[in-house]
Design a protein around this ligand. Structure first.
Ligand code: DGL
Length: 265
């Protein structure tokens, strides 16, 4: 069981930022990644459709005999965590709870900002999770849909990104938040500009990075940790191979990807 891979899925390419964190903290864990590149973005779709897709993504990973499922996608973690748990009967880690817990620990003035896709923000899952941990905390949310194509386009430190970040983050800045959750797989790629615009006094929380810590903890608690010291095996699957996939993917992953296989769900 322990050498079986951890299955990670996302709506597309963005979840590779979560794989990057997992590789850093768990270098000996074998990983299988599925990105639903044929149907991305999920963030502008209805919860009903996202839940249907999440079940299909989960079934693909189950067919690969994974020992645990990591939902890298904030949108899926916000609206479909329950269906993935129900379908898989394996340990399932979403990115919301770990991100919310870290933000609660970080805030001093009890004012937390949350940015994400429209579906993530509409669901209010971050806000509800934060309130369950500490009901005295105030949250302020904003959907930032244009950050996704900007990150994929490689507009990392580009004036257009800065302009849009100023527009999106203006209200949050006025709310005097001291902590901001980057509630979308793509946003850590743009963290330099987001930090510049929101101000150095605001602590940015990368929900994927927080989830990687949680995965490590759960593997240890459940005895599922791979004890092998061999180099981990990484497999990448997508539902379509779009233009520039490898180039963008390697930017998100921070290293070479190797072979990517196309599967039809
Ligand atoms: N992976 C999605 C998320 O983290 C962003 C891209 C999409 O909208 O599908 O919410």
């Amino acid at each position: 069981m322990n050498s079986q891979p951890i299955g990670v899925f996302d709506s597309g390419i963005g979840g590779l930022t979560v794989v990057r964190s997992l590789m850093e903290h768990l270098p000996h864990e074998n990983l299988i990644y599925f990105g639903d590149t044929a149907r991305v973005p999920y963030g502008s779709k209805s919860s009903q459709v996202i839940r249907e897709y999440a079940i299909q993504d989960t079934e693909f990973l189950l067919s690969k005999n994974v020992k645990m499922i990591v939902i890298a996608c904030n949108t899926v973690s916000s609206v479909a965590l329950d269906v993935v748990i129900k379908r898989s009967k394996l340990p399932v880690i979403g990115v919301i709870q770990p991100g919310a817990e870290t933000a609660v620990k970080s805030t001093k003035n009890k004012r937390i900002g949350v940015i994400g896709t429209p579906a993530t923000i509409l669901s209010n899952t971050y806000t509800n999770t934060i309130r369950q941990i500490d009901s005295s905390i105030e949250t302020f949310s904003r959907a930032c849909p244009l950050f996704v194509p900007l990150a994929e386009e490689g507009f990392i430190e580009h004036p257009a990104t800065e302009l849009i970040a100023k527009e999106y983050l203006f209200d949050l800045k006025l709310k005097k938040i001291d902590t901001l959750i980057l509630g979308c797989t793509h946003y850590p790629i743009l963290s330099k500009i987001i930090q510049k615009v929101i101000g150095d006094n605001v602590n940015l929380i990368d929900s994927g990075e927080c989830a990687a810590h949680q995965v490590k903890k759960v593997l240890e608690e459940t005895g599922l940790k791979n004890l092998s010291k061999l180099k981990a095996n990484l497999e990448f699957y997508v539902s379509d191979l779009p233009h520039k996939f490898t180039e963008i993917g390697e930017r998100f992953l921070g290293k070479k990807m190797g072979k990517v296989k196309v599967v039809h769900l």
